[in-house]
Ligand binder design. Sequence first.
Ligand SMILES: [Zn+2]
Length: 509
Amino acid sequence: MALIKPTVEQCVIYNRTSSDEQRQEGYSIEYQESSNRAYAVGKGFIVNKVYNCSESAKEPGRKVFNEMLGHVKKNKNIKHIIFKKTDRSCRNEVDAANIIHLALKTDLNFHFVEDGMVLNKDSKPFEFTIFNMNCSMASMYPRNLSIDVKNGYKQKAAEGHYPQKAVYGYKGEKVGKKSYLKIDETKAPLIKRAFNLYATGLYSYKTLAKKLREEGFVKSPTQPVLKSTVEHILNNPIYMGDFIFKGEYYENAKHEAIVSRELFRQVQNIINKNNKPKQYKHNFLFTGLIKCEHCGCAYVGEHKIKKFKNGTQKEYIYYRCTGNKGGKCAKTKKYTNENKIEAEFIDILKRLVIPDEYCTKVREAIRFELENAHASNMERIAQIEKETKTLRERLKKLLIMRAQDEIDALTYKEQRQEWQERLQELAEINEELSKNSDDILNTSEIMLELTQNLAGWYIEQNTDKKREIINIVCSNLSCNEQNTHYELRSVFKCVLDFNKNKNGRTDRI
Ligand SMILES: [Zn+2]
């Protein structure tokens, strides 16, 4: 190390920190200043000025650094510049070259306290080399840091793990240094309930938030369930086992889903419908919902004014086949009254109502059905378990064979991979077989909630809401000039069948 002449001389102190380092221990401006001052006192220097720089050092020509050099050049009494470490002085090649130039060509001494190094014109060549190396490492540091962090997150995401802080309903579970999502059993019920209720189509974000509050749900002891809470929950695919990170969609993540995919999509369909801009000036109830039984074309609605003999008139909405595909229907002018079509739908809704006392029976019936289905699945599950066991034993044997050098590394690796993939596949099938019954139970619960006073509730809704209900209950509507035919979705068919048996009569749809 170069010698410093033992005289009372002046110095400046240069402290630098970037915004993300400020929080780290040993990097704060305050810490640097106090330890640099202590160093100056120890050397017998008078501190002429302290420069604090909080900007990023990634770009050369930093303002404060240049200001400091300018000040030093102007004040010939200042002989020393004190830095805590090399990486505090520079993080780019330009600054480093500048320091070396000044150290060699002037009387300035550059102190790097923690590195135990002073650079001046008496420094040995190897000391400049060390300084240069330190600087290039320092200049790599900010770039590496950001690349590491980004790559680390991206890598984790690519491996199927959500790389950020756990969202509501999950908690981070530490495994080694990494953290993985795990269902937070105290919070998951709110998520499930929100999805199940919204899937009925009876709620908006706002009314659902209210309903959840009424049911006693809270986001946390201090946070109530708000419209925004509900909106965030219902639109986050993380709850069905996917996630979005940095604008990219990651499917089939490793964390456990809180709701089924089917339920999530059902909710999304309703959200899309609720937020769809109105396409028609006259928002006819059945526009786009009914197909012609003769030609398959869509039925369209029209306003018709009927004049009565006494001079009064009344407006009606009629539907007719567009006849776009030509043929007989192209010439047809047969109209069907909207009231008539709707009355038929309301009649169906009335027949879908299950009296309270039967709900329990329906639940029992569904469970019974599921158990039957489960029994038939049992055989498949038993097969899977048997195969799984065999594979695990084979893997053990394989490992022993490899340990005793009976097989080579490549054979071992390939065989092991094949069997492990099969194990994974079996685990997935197994999960699918046991998950199915949960989905059916969910759907049946939604159905049961819907069927309480369905018709009365339907009549009170506006056109948009009514269209939605028609869509939930029916999958296809078709018309001929006499009748409308509704094809009920399977869950509602079950209700109808149930009511038929209960009443001992047969209703025709
Ligand atoms: Zn037609």
